[in-house]
Ligand binder design. Sequence first.
Ligand SMILES: [Zn+2]
Length: 367
Amino acid sequence: MKPKLNSAVSVVRVNEKILEFFKSNTRQQVRIKVDSDLILKIVCDLDGDKDIREIAEKYNVSEAELVGLFSFLAQKGILNAVDPAIDFKEYEKFRRVINFLGDFSTSHEHLVKMWNDLQSACVLIVGLGAVGSWVACNLSQSGIEKFILMDPDAVEKSNLHRQFGYTETDIGVKKIDVLEKRLKEYNPNVCVKKSYDFLDGEALSRFDGDHIDLIINCADKPTVDMTSTWIGEYAMKRQIPHIVGGGYNLHLSLVGQTIIPGQTACVKCFEKTLEEENKIDRSRVKKLAVKNRKVGSFGPMCSLIASMIGMEAIKILSKCCRPANINRRGEFDIYSMDVSYKEYNKRLDCDWCGVNGLYSDAKYPRE
Ligand SMILES: [Zn+2]
């Protein structure tokens, strides 16, 4: 082991007896008691070039003492070990992402595993419009290399103001083909499986033979309720985490929920609770006189929602921390920039995940 101080960590001498490690990514502090300047000198010298024996000799301390100190610091996500360029594929390109994950790791091996899990994950994104195109970009930028993309549409002029990666020269070309090229420009290791089909109740069965780690629903045709039900059912059956992207009533201002089969409220739990709420307060339900209205939207709003989905995806795939949008969904207010969340609990009487539900034995991680 050649210990190296995590590059996101600053060391501060608070006073004669206290040394503080400040993790700038998460703003967490770890303090240790010291009785001399020696520990400060040692930790500031942890550049990954020397092993424990060499450090012990240089500072005239016992190896056992150093092992105790370094184990503690590694557990707190303060130390990395050995040569990152060897342990992490594409380290130079993604070092900041790896550093971010490092703040959540309990050991060097744990960090390597988080990065491997993230990079080798396969994500199915359904719908490559205003949210899906940005999500795909966010995830490939973060190191994910395997994608299954599903979208039947070609690029239209009216897409360009709010969807990522498409330009005037792409008009008339299938979105999947344009986006595949764009993602590979970010990272030549990206590989894309393509499906030009419309989503319906049967369409997802063509992916039965594929290993999928996460499904992100960014499709709103015929309605987000329908696409959520199809994707939700497929994901519950196969025990795959899934995220409902933007959509619903006020289109992209909605921050959709994250669903972990067997652990959180599922699509049907949300549906049932929403139905009950609407029954109680029918007087406030408005009927639309105009069908197929086009709700206003623009790039910054779409990319903001997509970024939140991207962050949830990284948490799920790397398992660095608990996803935030489980059992709730939010609405982004463009005027105040606030997101207001409403809680939706997992229901015992749910037709899918409840006690007698179709998927009551769903488990994640899969066994
Ligand atoms: Zn449920």
